[in-house]
Design a binder for this molecule. Structure first.
Ligand SMILES: NC(=O)c1ccc[n+]([C@@H]2O[C@H](COP(=O)([O-])OP(=O)(O)OC[C@H]3O[C@@H](n4cnc5c(N)ncnc54)[C@H](OP(=O)(O)O)[C@@H]3O)[C@@H](O)[C@H]2O)c1
Length: 323
């Protein structure tokens, strides 16, 4: 059974899992990946102006042979005149409309929030996007927008995983109050970029109880939080094997992951105790070693900057003395 659709505050619906063409597919030809995702069962594709692959996403959409109504397509505005930019994206995608058009990050309209959002409302009014929303907005930025909006944003797409849940709690509550659906990207961080931390134990325990993978347990946690999942697969791995073998291994590995993600639709929910255990473990923060590494890097950078500034000041002082 496929994932359910989630109702948006403008009456439209969004499939509860989407295939993303950012991150690992940034700037790459995404055609084969999107075709594979759709053939495996995804009906929701997420791209963006700045991913520089809308044209290959469009090619994939045509090549799947699906009717427009069978696919949910999101793209995002990054920069440039808004009306021209959305039309450029539509041309690249080969579509008359996208299902969802997002402001990719708050700075994209920071000089004129009201003017920017009016342009977005016009895009919806003109039928170029069925729904409009934002991405990477915090509570204050959403509040500013909601205050002036005639059409409230339908979604806020954010990086969302157990290690930043505590930080995002008020954002999720504010969004729910205004009917703004949270879309979650980067949710697999406890496996991909922050492994070995406190979240592993409760995730593994839930996975063991249900006989599923830790990846699926995390996606169940995201589902328990009421968020729409946006996930992806990696591009062709660097490997010394011949091209055909690389492609074959990439294709089957991606297919495996895609099936693993989609199978979450049919899994039973985590218990409230399991969700709470993941929340609590996440609130302890990511693995210490990684935090130490980050702090070390920040410390080294700050020290380098301080030395550089001191040397410049001494040089300047020396130069003025010489004058
Ligand atoms: N709005 C924004 O600003 C923004 C920012 C970033 C991303 N996004 C969107 O969100 C999409 C997904 O982002 P994401 O890549 O951060 O998603 P993600 O769901 O956190 O990570 C997906 C990656 O997880 C890896 N993975 C899955 N299961 C695994 C396992 N068992 N072990 C190890 N690795 C595993 C896969 O790589 P392997 O197969 O190599 O393991 C895959 O590439 C993007 O494509 C983009 O559309 C939006």
């Amino acid at each position: 059974m496929p994932f359910d659709n989630v109702k948006l505050n403008d009456g439209h619906e969004i499939p509860a899992i989407g295939f993303g063409t950012g991150s690992a597919l940034y700037g790459k030809d995404a055609r084969d990946y999107v075709v594979q995702a759709v053939e495996t069962g995804f009906s929701h594709v997420d791209t963006a102006q700045i991913y520089r692959n809308e044209d290959s996403v469009g090619e994939a959409i045509r090549d799947t042979g699906l009717s427009r109504k069978e696919l949910f397509v999101t793209t995002k505005y990054g920069s440039g005149p808004i009306q021209e930019t959305v039309r450029e994206s539509l041309t690249k995608l080969g579509l008359e409309y996208v299902n969802l058009y997002l402001i990719h990050f708050p700075t994209a309209i920071e000089n004129d929030v009201e003017g920017g959002w009016r342009e977005f409302e016009k895009i919806k009014e003109d039928g170029l996007a069925k729904s409009i929303g934002v991405s990477n907005f915090n509570v204050e930025q959403l509040e500013r927008l909601v205050k002036i909006a005639k059409v409230k944003p339908a979604v806020n797409q954010i990086r969302f995983h157990p290690y930043n849940y505590a930080e995002h709690r008020s954002l999720l509550e504010y969004s729910a109050k205004h009917g703004i659906v949270t879309e979650a990207y980067g949710s697999l961080a406890p496996i991909t970029s922050l492994p070995g931390g406190p979240v592993d134990a409760p995730v593994n325990a839930a996975a063991k109880r249900l006989g599923i993978t830790p990846t699926q347990a995390i996606l169940l946690w995201v589902r328990a939080k009421g968020a729409v999942i946006v996930t992806s697969v990696p591009p062709i791995p660097l490997s010394p094997s011949p091209q055909s073998l690389i492609l074959k291994s990439r294709t089957s590995r991606s297919e495996q992951h895609l099936k693993e993600y989609l199978a979450v639709a049919d899994l039973p929910s985590l218990t409230s105790e399991e969700v709470a255990a993941i929340d609590e473990a996440g609130a302890q923060g990511p693995p210490k070693k990684l935090r130490q590494k980050i702090w070390h890097a920040v410390g080294t950078l700050a020290a380098t900057a301080a030395v550089y500034t001191l040397v410049s000041l001494l040089r300047k002082a020396g130069a003025s003395a010489a004058l």
